[in-house]
Design a protein around this ligand. Structure first.
Ligand SMILES: Nc1ncnc2c1ncn2[C@@H]1O[C@H](COP(=O)(O)OP(=O)(O)OP(=O)(O)O)[C@@H](O)[C@H]1O
Length: 649
């Protein structure tokens, strides 16, 4: 159940927008109000209905913007701290009912609820859940609606809402109708067209983190490979048989030596094999699949047909999809390959225009992809590669039906390779591997589910009343490049607005922010305009941001996988990183055992208070997370020494 169930959300209407923009401009001219020492325990409802006090992010300009606490506009009677509607649009009031799914695409005011709705995950959560199994009216997705929407009318009205079952705000433009079946107000909407990606070579190649001093240690990571006739690993990119232009782009990216997952995966994919891979955070999985795919498409060029991508890469979250898109553009730089992306929270029409220019490689979030597929704008007739990235995360977010629908789609080309990447290998993923993959190679790099030892982990015992002052104390020692993870969107908004009033420029990312704001927040954090990023689990996986020096778990996550992924935002590709976690014995006792195992497994000190709590761990190293190949009759034995190719036979 979301913590935002009762949050007021208001229709977005142009006159309101105008009025509020005026207010935002006015707000910008005002000096920031003095910070108010709220306790962590402040009740959000009280705050929201407050008297206009509260916090305002300094750059409350609507874009990436800030937290508008002051509600002197008088609209909707809101006021005080307005966590979620931080876009400066629309007033308070309304009732959001059960639309706690982020931008989830459920039926109006009910029906749709994603499984992990309190975890924020990504608003795309739940994916295609047509089942009306959670007591909702309206079922999994709504039919066409909102044809008369003012927003659409302004644009000629041809962009009718169809539906949005992916939970990613995925209908035409994410401007869904505000009013649910009970007249409940829905969440914020926008007509979002993302900025054009750059073609400037320096910028294109500026993404990615330079490898750090511990990069060489990667070769000591235990690698296990199983399957029939596994192609031997490569030792260098020269052995990878990459197309000249792709190899050139690898060099321009500053890659000198492949990482272990790349050494193993590139030849496996190049040989036409299916792959199931589990590898630790920040170890270069993206290039591991992109390089052989792009090379292959260039090598065996097929005519490009509109709406028929030759490779489809599915990613659970929008930000991760954008990142993969940028990486693909980088490795395909100066080739004729067309790379496109479709993801929720943005204009469907705009994305459709992009893909009708043709795309060899399509990166997509599951729900939005299915939206295109169901409307037959995209088919898989020419699809030679399907990548399911972060497959376990997709599962957590309720995308298993979507994955199945994609993989078993009637248009799916019979001859295709499927590549699955997952940090963990739970039973359901094993089942899917058996279902989607054929005679696949199974690779694990490091301890499946284990933390990267390049991250120095510190655990403090802190109760909820002291967390904020402890955070302040830590930030005062150095705030640059800090991601602070919290469990709820409400907490993210609260902390972001609070710290925006301090000396630490702070922004936030979570599933209830508009897509434009999420992207702006990441841009601001990446370019250093904002030193601190407050995030929910939406940012826990896959994000590869330079200069993340410190990850702080203000709230411990409820499961250890999330912990590992969160701290994996730092200490990437051989760089050192630092993670600090606030452990509240009243809240976090259940995770103590798993945490101890993770700390021990990555060579970290276990604090005494945690040792005393101990016990009850479900985590048990590699096999506990399913780090073994479960297929019968498959050689399951030996770890592979990447330096010794003979072991591969
Ligand atoms: N061979 C290489 N040499 C140097 N840097 C590399 C190499 N391969 C990848 N990188 C860089 O390492 C960083 C992490 O890569 P990537 O995001 O693919 O990791 P990942 O395994 O997908 O991580 P996560 O599990 O967190 O999603 C990126 O910045 C990427 O540019």
């Amino acid at each position: 159940m979301s913590d935002w169930e009762d949050e007021p959300v208001v229709p977005e209407r142009t006159d309101q927008i105008r009025k509020l923009r005026d207010n935002v401009n006015r707000d910008n001219k005002e000096p920031p109000s003095k910070s108010k020492e709220w306790s962590d325990d402040d009740k959000p409802n009280e705050n929201r209905q407050g008297d206009g006090n509260g916090y305002r992010e300094r750059r409350a300009n609507g874009e990436g913007g800030g937290y508008r606490a002051r509600r002197e506009d008088g609209q909707g009677g809101g006021g005080g701290y307005r966590g979620r509607r931080d876009d400066g649009q629309g007033g308070g009031g309304g009732y959001r009912g059960r639309r706690d799914d982020g931008e989830g695409g459920g039926g109006g005011g009910g029906g749709y609820r994603r499984r992990m709705d309190n975890n924020d995950g990504d608003e795309e959560g739940g994916g295609y859940r047509g089942r009306n199994d959670e007591g909702g009216r309206g079922g999994g997705y709504r039919g066409r609606r909102n044809e008369n929407d003012e927003y659409n009318r302004e644009r000629g009205g041809d962009e009718r809402r169809h539906r949005d079952r992916d939970g990613d705000g995925g209908d035409m433009n994410n401007n869904r109708d505000d009013v649910g079946e009970e007249g409940e107000k829905q969440k914020a909407r926008e007509f979002y067209i993302p900025p054009e990606p750059t073609n400037d070579e320096t910028e294109v190649f500026s993404t990615g983190i330079s490898s750090g001093i511990n990069f060489a240690k990667y070769d000591n990571i235990p690698v296990k490979v199983t399957g029939e006739n596994v192609p031997p690993p490569i030792k260098s990119f020269d052995q990878a048989r990459l197309r000249g232009s792709v190899l050139e782009n690898v060099v321009k990216s500053g890659y000198v030596v492949p990482t272990p997952i790349q050494k193993v995966s590139i030849p496996v994919i190049a040989e036409g094999r299916d792959l199931m891979a589990c590898a630790q955070t920040g170890s270069g999985k993206t290039a591991a699949f992109l390089l052989p795919i792009l090379s292959n498409i260039l090598d065996e060029s097929h005519d490009l047909e509109i709406g028929k991508p030759q490779a489809v890469i599915v990613s659970p979250t929008r930000e991760l999809a954008i990142q993969i898109f940028n990486e693909a553009r980088k490795f395909a730089y100066s080739t004729y390959l067309k790379i496109s992306i479709v993801y929720g929270g943005t204009s469907f029409k705009y994305q459709n225009e992009c893909i009708t220019k043709g795309c060899h490689v399509l990166i997509a979030t599951p729900g939005r992809l299915l939206d295109f597929v169901d409307r037959t704008f995209i088919t898989f007739n020419d699809t030679r590669f399907v990548v399911l990235d972060e497959a376990d995360r997709m599962l957590d977010m309720g995308f298993s039906d979507s994955m199945r629908k994609i993989m078993h789609h009637q248009t799916m080309r019979a001859e295709h390779q499927t590549l699955m990447f997952s940090a963990t290998f739970p039973e359901e993923i094993q089942r899917m591997a058996g279902e989607f993959l054929r005679n696949y190679v199974f690779v694990t790099i490091g301890v499946v589910g284990g933390a990267c030892s390049d991250v120095q982990q510190t655990i403090y015992e802190v109760n909820k009343f002291n967390k904020r002052s402890k955070l302040m104390e830590i930030l005062r020692e150095g705030a640059d490049g800090t991601i602070v993870f919290v469990e709820t969107k409400r907490a993210a908004d609260f902390l972001a607005s609070f710290f925006s009033e301090t000396e630490f420029p702070t922004t936030s990312i979570h599933g209830d922010r508009l897509q434009s704001q999420r992207e702006q927040a990441l841009r601001d954090f990446k370019n250093g305009t904002m030193k601190v990023l407050i995030a929910t689990s939406v940012a826990s996986r896959g994000l590869d941001i330079k200069n993340v020096k410190h990850v702080i778990n203000y709230d411990m996550p409820s499961n250890i996988d999330d912990y590992v992924h969160r701290i994996g935002r730092t200490g990437r590709v051989g760089n050192s990183g630092r993670a600090t976690s606030f452990f509240d014995p009243d809240q976090d006792r259940a995770i103590a055992g798993d945490l101890i195992k993770i700390l021990e497994g990555s060579g970290q000190e276990v604090p005494d208070f945690l040792k005393e709590m101990g016990g009850g761990a479900s985590y048990c190293g590699g096999s506990g997370f399913g780090g073994i190949d479960v297929r019968r009759g498959v050689n399951n034995a030996n770890p592979v020494n990447l330096e010794d190719e003979q072991d591969w036979d």
